[in-house]
Design a protein around this ligand. Structure first.
Ligand code: AMP
Length: 537
């Protein structure tokens, strides 16, 4: 039967078959909040009615500026459920980018968490399309503010009954919108549909992907404002998994407390967050017995982090790769069953790669002329992808350079693909270091350098060299009480990378600049250190 795939059906199903399964949140107001899928379904329908009463129509953009909590979850379902578009805004954006995005999307309402209201106050006068701001709290916590038409979330839904049937419409209707980080040029909007979101949710739940199931307890540390928390609010709901939302507190101690108290089995996030947690565990001699698995992605994971999770704490690491334009799931790295448990070197070689495509994602690598390259693990070229949850263009942009006529999307990642299908990201095409006509992978160098005991974080950029064009400059954050030396790091790297890859110089910094989505900002490092004079020059 040709039945439309509807996002509201996910929550309706969870209500029907897993209605008593819990959704636990660290609220922005402070206390832990707990309720069930049944409660979430009731309140989402109340909110759907409230939105309709506000005049929200099919296709309207309703923005959120919010942490991972139950209220954000309700908005996801209520907004998309009535055919409007949930537009997630990243609170870590600079005000100018933030304003650009709201005006480009023409958001009509913004739902904002209590502690993020000042971000809106700072730019309110410049938000041209916004009719009202809804503070995601109750009357008792409403802030004093000079914003026009400030509404209270709990008051908004309080007056509504839940006597509401989710409407059915074309599954290709837009459901949510997320702008790319925009490291070059203006951010661009990736628009998802009900169909793409539900198919992505099915795929994400597969055992060899996120392995979502009713018996799982899932903590998405990855924010709901970054590619819909990798789709977990949909996949978890589809399966009735217990959800644990960390709210605004993402430090090691706060995450640890939730992991232990809620007996979390699976958590997902970017490497910088896990670095904080691993440090907390080591410094306080703690661990989390219930936690079996973590999915880490967004940037490459150093092998030292995978080793630490698996060998020190007994937690399986699944390395994932994806993009905003891909909803985001692209590949995931699991070790093939025929690799012996004892062959640790081979296992880590697989895990360090970004992994094999999830069913639904087609991949190829191409040279500068667009010719397909062999999948031999050696040839590298730009990765092209296509699939039912990959965006076919950008919101309100007529022509996208990244989309070709044959329906492939150019990712901007330079990759290899091996005969088993494992993709490995060598670099972003703009970060690759061109030395004497050959390429050096900054990601590979960074990962290896982070294995050195004196180094906690590393980034590598290419700087000008009169003979070689570019040579690698290593920038490191030292481990606690350590003083890294280039000679010792290069000795450690010898044999792990080609000799001509060894960095020509090193700079020690207190911290690396991290962007709004948890990635090291290479552009900022290049602006700061791009003119560095190498001793070899
Ligand atoms: P975003 O759209 O902000 O999620 O960024 C997508 C980009 O992040 C990709 O094109 C990659 O360059 C990078 N990325 C995501 N996951 C990984 C990973 N596991 N390893 C290396 N780079 C990654």
């Amino acid at each position: 039967m040709d039945r439309p795939l509807m996002i509201s059906a996910l929550l309706e199903h969870a209500n029907r078959v897993s209605g008593d399964r819990e959704i636990v949140s660290r609220s922005v107001e402070g206390p832990i909040h707990r309720y069930t899928y049944h409660d979430a379904h009731t309140r989402s329908r109340q909110l759907a009615k409230a939105l309709t009463a506000l005049g929200v129509q099919l296709g309207d953009r309703i923005a959120t500026l919010a942490w991972n909590t139950y209220r954000h979850f309700e908005i996801y379902y209520a907004v998309s459920g009535i055919g409007a578009i949930t537009h997630t805004l990243n609170p870590r954006l600079a005000p100018a980018q933030f304003t650009y995005i709201v005006n480009h999307a023409e958001d009509s309402y913004i739902f904002v968490d209590l502690n993020l209201v000042p971000l809106i106050e700072a730019v309110a006068a410049d938000l041209l399309s916004v009719k009202g701001i809804v503070v995601m709290t109750d009357a008792a916590h409403m802030p004093e503010s000079n914003i026009d038409n400030l509404l209270c979330y709990e008051d908004l839904i309080d007056g509504q009954s839940d006597d509401f049937d989710w409407p059915e419409f074309d599954e290709n209707t837009a459901s949510s919108l997320c702008y790319t980080s925009g490291t070059t040029g203006n951010p661009k909007g990736a628009l998802y549909s009900h169909r793409s979101t539900v198919i992505h949710a099915y795929a994400s739940a597969l055992p060899d992907v996120l392995n979502l199931a009713e018996r799982e307890v899932v903590l998405p540390v990855v924010p709901m404002f970054h590619v819909n928390a990798w789709g977990i609010p949909y996949g978890a709901t589809m399966t009735g998994a217990k959800l644990v939302f960390p709210g605004p507190m993402l430090d090691g101690a706060s995450i640890h407390e939730l992991l232990v108290d809620e007996e979390v089995t699976f958590a997902a996030g970017v490497p910088t967050v896990w670095l904080g947690l691993l440090n907390y565990w080591r410094e306080n001699n703690k661990s989390v017995p219930s936690l079996n698995r973590t999915v880490i992605g967004g940037t490459a994971i150093p092998q030292s982090m995978i080793e630490s999770f698996q060998e020190d704490f007994g937690i399986e690491v699944r390395h994932a790769w994806g993009m905003t334009e891909m909803s985001p799931l692209g590949t995931i790295s699991l070790v093939k069953p025929n690799v012996p448990a004892a062959d640790k070197a081979a296992r880590y070689r697989s895990q360090i790669k970004q992994g094999r495509p999830v069913f639904g994602v087609d991949m190829k690598i191409v040279d500068d002329d667009g010719n397909a390259l062999p999948h031999d693990g050696k040839a590298y070229g730009e990765l092209m992808v296509r699939g039912p949850w990959i965006t076919s263009g950008y919101f309100k942009i007529d022509h996208s350079e990244a989309h070709d006529h044959d329906g492939w999307f150019a990712t901007g990642d330079v990759c290899t693909i091996d005969p088993d299908g494992y993709m490995e990201v060598t670099d972003r095409s703009k970060d690759v270091i061109k030395s004497g006509g050959e390429w050096i992978s900054s990601i590979d160098l960074e990962n290896q350098a982070m294995g050195h005991p004196d180094v906690i974080q590393a980034a590598v950029i290419g700087v000008h060299h009169p003979k070689w064009d570019e040579r690698p400059l290593l920038i490191v954050v030292p481990a606690k009480d350590k003083t890294p030396e280039l000679a010792s790091i290069n000795e450690y790297l010898t044999g792990k990378v080609a000799k001509w890859w060894l960095p020509d110089d090193m700079i020690v910094v207190e911290s690396l600049p991290i962007g709004a989505t948890g990635k090291v900002l290479k552009t900022e490092l290049r602006a700061q250190f791009g003119d560095h004079k190498l001793p070899t020059a």
